[in-house]
Design a protein around this ligand. Structure first.
Ligand SMILES: Cc1cc2nc3c(=O)[nH]c(=O)nc-3n(C[C@H](O)[C@H](O)[C@H](O)COP(=O)(O)OP(=O)(O)OC[C@H]3O[C@@H](n4cnc5c(N)ncnc54)[C@H](O)[C@@H]3O)c2cc1C
Length: 484
């Protein structure tokens, strides 16, 4: 009899399993694939490795969520800081997002000299700092205890950010800057799109401030790929079963019986690292819960991704991450941006044999890839890929010059096939005013003993979001858990 069975080894499943293992509970982590990490994993294809989705990494400082978990577990992460965090391209403007605040602001001022935006960015900076001061005491969320504790420990931060949870970032930008040009709007919009999964008009200012200052945190390069970060945490997990797909979970008087392709397990509690929309596929009594979530949280995205292996004649100092903003929409995506990430020269896994591994991603509407004839599907994939490569060659000539050893693309269908995520939606539930703060899903389900971790529960996506969600859950269900 296990204390916990954790279904899925994405960031959420791995971190929660490691923390529970440390509390001397009997825990088994089961993962359907032959690698961990899900959207933040590193996979192998025909001898080369690629980051599946996530390529940027923040939150590893000791006062931030991933750093706190790593310190608590005694895990050394294989990372090194990078600066700039990314380079943003809009038409002929090139904006380095440096970590240092003044330097970062100066680049933005030079790119958009027509605006007087210092006061806006100062406010953004202040609010984001307050939000990071508050994060630990905001958990467990939602519970009455958290606002009281937040107020008690950080009264200034609590009061100064309170209203910012209810006003859109667009409104605040208008007040401080006035009418924005389309380039400046796009610049701001895409910072919140990649962090909160929506544009400025939908994202509360508090959340947007975190997205806009994401490059001002220490950004890290994961040596050996994102998968190596997962491996570091995995070393703390007692039992893991790979290539083990959970098919069905049945409630019993003593707990749960979990049916997998490798046999049955008995457990007192279950933690699902599936999306909230998929929970009902595994547990009959959660069908209604999942279907309601599908109706309620409709504003979701998929990803169109391109993976490449290049012969390495790329300059060593070319930054790792590039965000290209476009006027036109990319075919079959509905998106106007491309995020390009390169492995570094000599990376022991991603750059083997004098190569570089590249992951390119853009947001896409899910319905553009649904119900297509196989030929039509392949044709769309090919056309979208060609278009994206044309853009990348224009903005990053070093990639154009390098010989391509492998190039292939992924769609929401690919994410659905590999990670099992509902309709291939990725990036979790957007952190928008419609849902946040009061309607964002919690990690608790209607069934006592069944819980959720991952990017479809509070506070959402990415390494910082999912790791906060893990801490949040453990604060609810393990009394002795004292991380923050
Ligand atoms: C293209 C793209 C780019 C991104 N870029 C970044 C970035 O730069 N930085 C960042 O921090 N975040 C980024 N993100 C977001 C981040 O990757 C995700 O929010 C995060 O990885 C989600 O983690 P999760 O815990 O929800 O698990 P998931 O990644 O959804 O993993 C769930 C796991 O559960 C397994 N599973 C599912 N069903 C079963 C079952 N029945 N039995 C057994 N196993 C099962 C799956 O195989 C999978 O491994 C990006 C995402 C994408 C798609």
């Amino acid at each position: 009899m296990l204390d916990y069975l954790v279904v899925g080894g994405g960031i959420g499943g791995v971190l929660v399993s490691a923390l529970i293992s440390q509390m001397n509970r009997e825990v088994l982590l089961v993962e359907a694939l032959d690698y961990l990490g899900g959207c933040a994993g590193t996979f192998k294809r025909e001898g080369f490795y690629y980051n599946a989705g996530a390529c940027t990494f923040v939150g590893a400082e000791e006062n931030l969520p991933v750093g706190k978990i790593a310190k608590n577990l005694g895990v050394e992460l294989p990372i090194k800081p990078i600066d700039p965090a990314m380079v943003v391209y809009i038409g002929d403007k090139v904006i380095n997002r440096w970590k240092a605040w003044d330097r970062s602001l100066e680049e933005i001022r030079l790119a958009f000299p027509e605006f007087n935006h210092t006061r806006f960015w100062r406010r953004v900076n202040k609010v984001s700092k307050s939000m990071w001061n508050l994060w630990c005491h905001t958990l467990p969320y939602p519970s009455l205890e958290s606002p009281i504790k937040s107020f008690f420990y950080h009264p200034f931060d609590f009061l100064s950010t309170l209203l910012c949870n209810f006003i859109s970032a667009q409104k605040i930008a208008r007040v401080y800057i006035g009418k924005l040009s389309s380039d400046y709007q796009s610049f701001l919009n895409h910072h919140t799109l990649i962090t909160a999964q929506a544009f400025l008009d939908k994202v509360p200012f508090s959340v947007a401030s975190l997205g806009l200052t994401y490059p001002n945190l220490t950004n890290y390069y994961a040596i050996g790929g994102m998968g190596k970060l997962l491996d570091a945490f995995t070393s703390k997990i007692k039992n893991i079963s790979m290539k083990t797909k959970v098919k069905k979970i049945v409630r019993k008087p003593w707990g749960f019986e979990v049916e997998t392709n490798k046999g049955k397990y008995e457990t007192k509690r279950v933690i699902l690292n599936t999306t909230i929309w998929n929970a009902g596929d595994l547990i009959e009594e959660l069908k209604d819960f999942s279907h309601k979530a599908r109706d309620l949280y409709k504003e979701v995205w998929g990803a169109f991704t391109i993976y490449m292996t290049l012969e390495d004649n790329i300059p060593e100092d070319l930054p790792k991450h590039h965000l290209i903003l476009l006027k036109e929409k990319i075919p079959y995506t509905g998106s106007r941006s491309l995020f390009v990430s390169l492995s570094e020269k000599g990376d022991p896994v991603l750059s083997i044999g004098n190569t570089r591994s590249i992951t390119i991603s853009t947001h896409t509407k899910l319905d553009m890839w649904e119900n297509l004839h196989p030929e039509e599907y392949e044709e769309r994939k090919e056309k979208a890929m060609e278009y994206c490569l044309g853009i990348i060659h224009e903005y990053i000539p070093a990639i154009k010059m390098a010989k391509k050893l492998k190039v292939f693309a992924g769609t929401p269908k690919t994410f659905e096939r590999y990670t099992g995520r509902y309709k291939g939606s990725v990036g979790g539930i957007p952190v928008i005013k419609d849902y946040f703060p009061f309607s964002y899903p919690s990690p608790l389900t209607p069934i006592e003993g069944v819980y959720l971790v991952g990017d479809t529960v509070f506070p959402g996506q990415g390494w910082p979001g999912v790791s906060m969600g893990v801490i949040n859950l453990l604060k609810f269900i393990e009394r002795d858990f004292k991380l923050c």
